[in-house]
Design a protein around this ligand. Structure first.
Ligand code: ATP
Ligand code: MG
Ligand code: MG
Length: 376
């Protein structure tokens, strides 16, 4: 079989590898962590992500290259495109690793984003907030994740401190109007090099402290809004010429208006539910797309609630696994536990997730409530 190289060996690299191994592929990852989550299932080059020699070694060892995170150096990405086969290209990465380029690409597809302004100093922030109003969200254009690198500005007193906090290290910033959403959803769309496009069912996502807590599928929004969300995601994927998975995060307002929040050109936490709940998992779909195989059937097999297991939940989950199964049994739920093999458990670190296969998502939510592990 062919060898697939992955930039990054975290949980996404691990789960791409696990899916691809079942399809006969071999994997090699590039990751700086010695015991990375993927190290048990794939060969690993231990080096910094943007180490040019290591990237060259990855190119030599791989027939196809993909990535599991966005912060790949543009130079490294271009070098890989020249030295190996990178079906996703480097433009998709270049666009999605920068919030302003990403917003412009979304707008170019005719898809709405929250009103925003480019911020290049205190003056421009003052001017922008007069136009967008309070609250607004100030974000660094690069490097943010799990809500790091952003701050909600609720009144004029917070303006200067917010700017000082984020503008440190001379980073570029963007100000977004705060969208008072009814819920957040995401659509994971796959596109292959030949232009075939297929989306997974829409996931409703609940965050705690800006970290994904639950994905609920089917999302509790009208069929009409679900169809519109799918249409927008596919318009963005097609317009960008994306290859592989494109996760599209959106806000849904009370009246059903959709705004795209951000993109991720890779498998996404909000798509982990597909592992047991869909005919094809997002990881298999990503492998299919980058290998130019026909895309798999994305039909939902069962309602599902995915709950993330963070560092602070690990001890309870591991110690009470029998009891958790019992609660699930009583609710008519089948819980599927996935752990990422991370050696060190830290507060808010993603250690695993549980897919709760249920007759109705309400039962899954009841399980989360009853177990008392995810108490706020
Ligand atoms: P991720 O881990 O998903 O990559 P991130 O750090 O890139 O997160 P965003 O997705 O931009 O950050 O924002 C994190 C969360 O903050 C969103 O899921 C949403 O709950 C809230 N948020 C961000 N921007 C806005 C906005 N303009 N209006 C309302 N809520 C917002
Ligand atoms: Mg993000
Ligand atoms: Mg996000």
């Amino acid at each position: 079989g062919s060898t697939i190289g992955i930039l990054g060996g975290g949980q996404l690299g691990r789960m791409i590898s696990l899916a691809g191994i079942a399809m006969g592929y071999r994997f090699i990852t590039l990751d700086p962590t010695v015991q990375s989550p993927s190290s048990e299932v794939a060969k690993q080059i231990v080096a910094e992500y943007n180490d040019v020699d290591a990237a060259h070694e990855l190119a030599q060892a791989s027939d196809v290259i993909t990535y599991e995170f966005e912060n790949v150096d543009a130079g490294v990405a271009e070098m890989l495109v020249k030295q190996s086969y990178v079906p996703q290209g480097s433009t998709l990465l270049y666009t999605t690793q920068h919030r302003l380029r990403e917003k412009r690409a979304i707008e170019a597809a005719g898809v709405p984003v929250a009103p925003y302004r480019v911020i290049d100093g205190m003056d421009s922030l003052q001017h922008a907030i007069e136009e967008l109003g309070y609250p607004s969200v100030l974000k660094t254009v690069t490097g943010g994740y799990d809500g790091k690198g952003q701050v909600v500005i609720r009144n004029v007193d917070q303006l200067e401190a917010s700017y000082t906090e984020l503008a440190a290290h001379g980073r570029e910033l963007v100000l977004e109007q705060f969208i008072p959403f009814q819920c957040e959803v995401s659509v994971i769309t796959a596109r292959s090099p030949n232009g075939e496009v297929k989306s997974f069912p829409i996931s409703e996502n609940i965050h705690i402290n800006n970290i994904l807590h639950l994905s609920i599928v089917p999302a509790r929004i009208s069929t009409q809004v679900q169809n519109e969300a799918r249409r927008l995601a596919e318009a963005v994927a097609t317009s960008m010429g994306a290859v592989g998975l494109l996760a599209v995060e959106m806000f849904v307002t009370e009246d059903g208006t959709l705004y795209v929040n951000e993109l991720a050109p890779r498998p996404h936490n909000s798509g982990h539910y597909t592992m047991e709940a869909c005919m094809t998992s997002q990881f298999e779909q990503h492998v299919r797309a980058i290998c130019n195989l026909p895309l798999g059937d994305t039909t939902l097999l069962t309602p599902v609630v995915m709950v993330n297991v963070l560092g602070q939940h690990m001890e309870s989950v591991v110690q009470r696994v029998g009891e958790l199964d019992q609660v699930a049994f009583e609710l008519g739920i089948v819980p599927k536990l996935h752990l990422y093999g991370k050696t060190e458990s830290k507060h808010n670190r993603k250690m695993g997730h549980i897919n709760l296969l249920c007759k109705d998502v309400q039962d899954g939510l009841e399980w989360v409530e009853q177990t008392n592990i995810w108490r706020l």
